[in-house]
Design a protein around this ligand. Structure first.
Ligand code: PMP
Length: 370
């Protein structure tokens, strides 16, 4: 049985041809020296334009080019967090936040959102979780793993909270902002509020299938961009010049790239939805964005396999799917969604179709415990 893998955070698409051509041309042109730590003027301009085109007034000085979105977050955690500070995150959320915080000063505080409420953000629940130690409120929008896009009013209610917590920054991780399926996306930068404490991180890994290129960016108040640039200059320096030229070429041709990818992702999303609907006792949110489903499989926990082994946790369920059916999904416990699994639909269609058949068969073989 061949392995069917739905676990990767990277899509199967090839990086855009203009990116590849621009990188090769830049290498041949000898652009292999240190670039400016904050990013090239052209790329910062193009990134600022990306927001200006949405009616959001962003200057190039408000943009820092980083070696990936992870590093963008790490830069911000390094300059903002002090001993004892709290980073408040609605869950389910990407496990990477927790990993990064192991190497930063902050402590993770989670706020539960539920499938039953369509992962709605409740401003009052968030307010109750905030203290004078809360330094960062961290959102992903569109969210990984739930695929939830927060509506403009929902976001505005969150941004309003900043007025009552003067030490608090909002960081919105918008790395999937172009992977959307009809529901309008609003950047946190478009919400009225204390702009000196609203920061967006984003990157090229997901929107443009460029995870291996290591390029992302921060958009925010100039003071924070300056501090993060100093941190980056001392630790990493600038992103390689030829990678920045590739990123610029990607932005200049993005419409065609995105249209092609979205067409496939739309179809794949439907295929996965149909596949999940064909399995009894599975509930899920149909993602508005990103490229994952995060179904609740908890009905199948507390069962036994045909060989009599016990499935008593999300981990044993994932192990059973992998070891007995060669189907790899990600354990939702890692995202704060116990009983759920994360499945990517940014995979080849035959893999996706077979995976859904296999998932159904595997789950239907599980029997109640004696
Ligand atoms: N943020 C989120 C929400 C992600 O899902 C990921 C990748 N899985 C990252 C950041 C990391 O992105 P990058 O490759 O740009 O470091």
């Amino acid at each position: 049985m061949t392995e069917l893998n739905l676990a990767s955070g990277a899509s199967y698409f090839k990086s855009p041809e203009p990116a590849i051509n621009a990188a090769i041309a830049a290498l041949h042109a000898g652009k292999t020296y240190y670039g400016p730590a904050e990013g090239t003027a052209d790329l910062r301009n193009a990134l600022a334009n990306r927001y200006q085109a949405q009616g959001i007034a962003i200057k190039p000085e408000q943009v820092l080019v980083t070696p990936g979105t992870k590093q963008a977050l790490f830069n911000l955690f390094s300059v903002l967090l002090r001993d004892g500070d709290e980073v408040v995150v609605p869950v389910p959320a990407w496990f990477g936040f927790n990993e990064l915080l192991k190497y930063s000063k902050g402590k993770l505080v989670t706020i539960e959102t539920t499938l039953a409420q369509n992962y709605r953000l409740d401003p009052e629940a968030i307010r109750k979780s905030l203290t004078e130690k809360s330094r960062i409120l961290l959102l992903t929008n569109p969210a990984n793993p739930t695929g939830r896009i927060y509506s403009k009013p929902e976001l505005e209610a969150i941004v309003t909270l900043l007025h009552d917590f003067p030490n608090l920054y909002l960081i919105s991780d918008e790395i999937y902002d172009l992977d959307t399926y009809g529901k309008p996306f609003t950047s946190a930068l478009a919400c009225p509020g204390p702009q000196e404490r609203i920061i967006v991180v984003n990157g090229f890994s997901k929107n443009f299938a460029m995870s291996g290129w290591r390029i992302g960016f921060v958009v925010g108040p100039e003071a924070i961009i300056k501090q993060s640039t100093d941190f980056q200059s001392s630790t990493f320096s600038g992103v390689s010049m030829f990678i920045q030229e590739a990123a610029l070429a990607t932005l200049q041709t993005q419409e065609a790239t995105i249209a092609t990818m979205l067409e496939v992702l739309q179809e794949n999303r439907q295929l996965m939805q149909k596949g999940l609907e064909a399995i009894p006792h599975v509930s899920f949110y149909v993602p508005d964005g990103a490229y994952y489903f995060f179904p609740d499989l908890s009905h199948y926990i507390g069962t036994r396999t045909p060989t009599g082994a016990t499935i008593n946790s999300t981990e044993t369920l994932c192990n059973y799917l992998q070891q007995q059916h060669n189907l790899v999904v990600v354990n939702g416990d890692n995202f704060g969604g116990v009983g759920h699994v994360r499945m990517s639909f940014a995979v080849e269609q035959p893999v996706l179709e077979q995976a859904m058949v296999r998932l159904r068969e595997a789950l239907l073989q599980l029997k109640p415990q004696l």
